[in-house]
Design a protein around this ligand. Structure first.
Ligand code: AMP
Length: 300
């Protein structure tokens, strides 16, 4: 099953205790599409400016990623983000965000993208996310990502986008903020009451939780000796999740539980290198090996 992703392509500058990278390929849609394309065909919707390097586009062109929804605006510059991590590296400190061409982005999807069954709405303005949802003609499963900025400042628009998508993926802190409770289970109940079916909560080194219509499933993360750079872990996680759903053609609770294993494995690769450096080298064989490892780690 093909998968559509709408989200940021970026030029990132990252600093962590392991080192730094200036002006490297980033963006939620980049991580997502590289991860998901290991499983199935990806259709990418995004925008770049005149400064986006052709060498970076090669990473997409050489994978199962259809760039028919990618706009290049010669009059503008690509979205730029810079962030740093310290200590436990559980959250990035954003140093600078320059929206550039992303500020005005309200994509009109190519005709052949509109009947895509699986849709990932990467973190962006909820009005843009709802705009993408409204163009889908036969969605089977749409998953929306968001962040505290929209939860705190644009709650009504976010509710509408969540209802349009029907399913959300959040990290721990975002779930507690959106559900207005320090108790994660209470928070999730409240998020479901907004009008969503499936809620995926990412908990970093503590793993992930899946909630679907009253049923729950929890999974621990792989114990990693080295975390170099957590940037993009969440989007890679979503790419593994949607990719596995597509490849398995199974949107049941059991299918989602299996997809959570793939999500966990894919994210574990991304954090081992700066930006997309490690993820770009991952093969299906690497994924299979690490799935085995995760099963050993989680099965009594
Ligand atoms: P993650 O670490 O999974 O939350 O995602 C990191 C990626 O998100 C980076 O590559 C950034 O370029 C991108 N990003 C950061 N802030 C924003 C934003 N406000 N809108 C869209 N993408 C963003």
């Amino acid at each position: 099953m093909p998968i559509l992703v709408a989200g940021s392509l970026a030029i990132d500058s990252i600093s962590t205790p392991s080192g730094s990278r200036e002006e490297t390929l980033g963006g939620a849609a980049s991580y997502f599409s590289v991860a998901a394309s290991l499983y199935d065909q990806v259709r990418l919707v995004g925008v770049i400016g005149r400064d986006f390097r052709d060498d970076d586009l090669v990473h997409f062109r050489t994978r199962r990623i259809d760039l028919g929804g990618l706009e290049r605006k010669e009059e503008g510059l690509t979205f730029r983000w810079s962030g740093s991590y310290e200590g436990r590296m559980d959250a990035a400190k954003t140093l600078e965000t320059r929206l550039n061409v992303l500020a005005e982005f309200r994509p009109t999807l190519p005709q052949h993208f509109r009947d895509t069954p699986l849709v990932f709405l990467a973190n962006t303005d909820p009005v843009t996310q709802a705009h993408v949802c409204s163009q889908m003609t036969r969605p089977r499963f749409m998953l929306l990502d968001t962040m505290n900025f929209w939860i705190d400042g644009r709650r009504e628009d976010l509710y509408k986008a969540m209802q349009a998508a029907g399913n959300v993926i959040l990290n721990d802190d975002e779930a507690r903020a959106l559900g207005a409770s320090s108790n994660l289970n209470v928070a999730v109940e409240r998020i479901a009451a907004i009008g969503v079916d499936t809620i995926v909560v990412k908990r970093g080194e503590h793993g992930a939780l899946l909630y679907k219509e009253g049923r729950t499933f929890g999974l621990t993360a792989l114990p990693l000796a080295s975390v170099v750079d957590p940037t993009g872990a969440g989007d890679t996680f979503a790419g593994g999740f949607m990719g596995a759903l597509a490849a398995g053609n199974d949107l049941s609770f059991a299918g989602m539980r299996r997809a959570l294993l793939h999500a966990t494995v894919m994210a574990s690769f991304t954090v081992e290198g700066f930006g997309l450096e490690r993820l770009l080298k991952v093969t299906r064989r690497d994924v299979e090996e690490r799935l085995e490892e995760l099963l050993h780690h989680t099965t009594p």
